[in-house]
Write a protein that binds this ligand. Sequence first.
Ligand code: BT5
Length: 320
Amino acid sequence: MSNLKKEILSLLDREQFISGQNIADTLGVSRTAIWKTIQSLKEEGYSIESVTSKGYHLKNPPKYLSPTALSVLIGQSGLFSNVEYFTTTPSTQKEAFRMLSETKDSFMVVAEEQTQGRGRFDRHWDSPGKTGIYISLVLRPNIPITEIIRFNLFISLAISKSLDEAFGVDTGIKWPNDIYLDDKKICGFLTEVVSESGVINAIICGIGINIFKDDSRLKIPTATSIEDIIGSSEKIDVDSFMERFLDNIEIYYNRFLNEPFSLIREDWKEKSIIFGKELRITETGSMFMARALDINEDGFLEVLDEEGNIRKIISADIEL
Ligand code: BT5
């Protein structure tokens, strides 16, 4: 990502104009270079107004994600060292796995569209272009693999809070790996791990979030998007969401590394939508009805089945 783009973006203001000469002097580059870079930012979706004798000002950020803004955020991140951005790719998970050997750091893969997006158990994840956010986070904790179930609890809270803060909604967590809004799925994530001798080498967490309306999603009656819920795309600012998201991922990832689940248990349960309901649970092919009792320190869900037995579940499909 061009540094000049980032630098120009940091100088452009929503309220006032800045002259091309002023930008050129501040950054020590030619006015032609400024002009070219502004054109390139416009192609990325930035609405930049230029008025003779006044200069430039930022009217509106792009409607969808901007690779430049994302790269600025990653530059400020205490967690990720790099972001790999694709306009289209088969799957960000696939790319993330491919890149594992290239670096020992934590990084992110982001795509505007996935042609072979996948869910858990190789199910399909609908990923049409510029209507959702498709991300794979690669994290490198040096901890036992048994900790991974707890990871999902912390990460689900980070995603849910980010959506609430950025879009003024009230999402719910459907254990183990869905985020719901108004009884429909707005986000799904899957956590995969590479480990050696029982110690995690990399967590590859793939997250798909539906932002804008898309007709292809109509075939999935359980799916919804932010635009579907808030009724308009006007107030949707994807870059601001990414800022909240990266902050929260960093906060909750650090909490995951340093704190027991008990410290976020009440917050998590408040966001959970599975308690107090009759659940249809499918676990390794067999189905049973049960009610959720609690979530334990290790992230196992405890349920009471119809025969009165308490069962501990690690991962399952749950229908409400
Ligand atoms: C998940 O799987 O919910 C995890 C989805 C993870 C997707 C991300 S996107 C970035 C990264 N790269 C990838 O290739 N994948 C990850 P699961 O619990 O198995 O849910 C899959 C089911 O959700 C499907 O069988 C559909 O019923 C439904 N579904 C598919 N696409 C959807 C969408 N866009 N929104 C809501 N529901 C969807």
